[in-house]
Design a protein. Structure first.
Length: 326
């Protein structure tokens, strides 16, 4: 039986993404892994770390070779230097993503794993870009996607993602929360093998609003949504004060957490699992996982980048494709 094929996007060429790919052949994977990016650049960066590693040109009808790395060539705009950002390569980063997305949509790839990109340099290239999550939603014509991080024994999804903090309260609406919870619930069942997911929902305000004395969002928005979805059969607990939600006794009562905003949920998870966590985009028609860290320009080309998060992202993508509990 042939192995499923997964695309690994090499990310920002000045960052650690190409370096991390050198570690992939160190393990035997129950899948075929194909790195997408500029073949010459990837080979140069990888051979600086693993001089003997064979780099093979990807052939869709070919077979993986143990100990070698397959690369699907997408050309750089200009030569890339480790640690030095180049706006002219901003479009290249998106070309790499577009090739992976196209392969996932066509069935060529069972899923995609993304190395880190630099949002600022893509924007400097003249392309508005707020992150992989939003880009994938637009590329797949998906009205709403949900960002979730997995690590440290936790699954933490976000109701809002890359918004200024001052804009979060207005963004927390009944339709948004309803759709977000439905996507989270559905993908926990379909992708994570959980027959009856238990979801812990954070409040927005300190002490979950303290009965309306510290904000009305819990009373006017969050609680009505939870009550309506419980009536549909969802197992939801909340709204819970975020400062006591992330303690072992509470976490063990749920399979996932829904945080209201980025820096409410992710600091705890990253404290517990940085370097081994995984970013997942839920609600897409394709599987996408990613590392939990940035481009680490200071480590690019040094041979000191830790592949732990990339390994975890590949493992999770493979598990999700099988619909089993990671």
């Amino acid at each position: 039986m042939s192995l499923p094929t997964f695309a690994i996007t090499s990310g920002e060429p000045a960052g650690v993404g190409p370096d991390l790919c050198a570690a992939l052949p160190r393990r035997e994977w129950p899948a075929r892994l194909v790195v997408i990016g500029d073949r010459e650049m990837i080979a140069a960066r990888i051979h600086a770390v693993e001089p003997a590693l064979d780099i093979l040109a990807y052939q869709p009808d070919g077979a993986p070779r143990p100990g070698a790395l397959e690369v699907l060539h997408v050309p750089l705009a200009v030569a890339a230097t480790a640690g030095r950002l180049e706006p002219l390569n901003g479009r290249y980063v998106l070309d790499v993503l577009d090739r992976a997305i196209a392969g996932c949509k066509s069935g060529e790839f069972a899923g995609m794993v993304t190395a880190p990109v630099h949002k600022g340099i893509i924007c400097d290239a003249g392309v508005p870009f707020s992150g992989h999550t939003e880009y994938l939603a637009e590329a797949t014509a998906t009205p709403l996607v949900v960002m979730m991080l997995v690590g440290g024994g936790m699954r933490v999804a976000l109701a809002t993602t890359h918004l200024p903090l001052k804009d979060v309260p207005a963004a927390i609406t009944r339709p948004l929360l309803t759709d977000t919870l439905r996507i989270l619930h559905q993908d926990l069942k379909a992708r994570f093998g959980l027959a009856a997911p238990r979801i812990l929902v954070a409040g927005l305000n300190p002490h979950a609003g303290e009965g309306g004395h510290m904000g009305m969002e819990e009373i006017e928005v969050i609680t009505p949504v939870l009550e309506a979805l419980r009536a549909e059969g969802m197992d939801l607990r909340g709204p819970l004060p975020a400062d006591t939600l992330f303690v072992p006794h509470t976490l063990e009562q749920g399979d996932a957490v829904l945080a209201m905003f980025h820096d409410q949920g992710l600091p705890v998870l990253k404290h517990a699992s940085f370097g081994g966590g995984v970013n997942v985009t839920l609600g897409l028609p394709i599987i996408r996982t990613s590392v939990d860290h940035g481009t680490a320009l200071d480590l690019a080309g040094s041979g000191r980048a830790d592949p732990g998060s990339l390994f975890a992202a590949v493992e999770l993508a493979i598990a999700m494709a099988k619909g089993r509990r990671p």
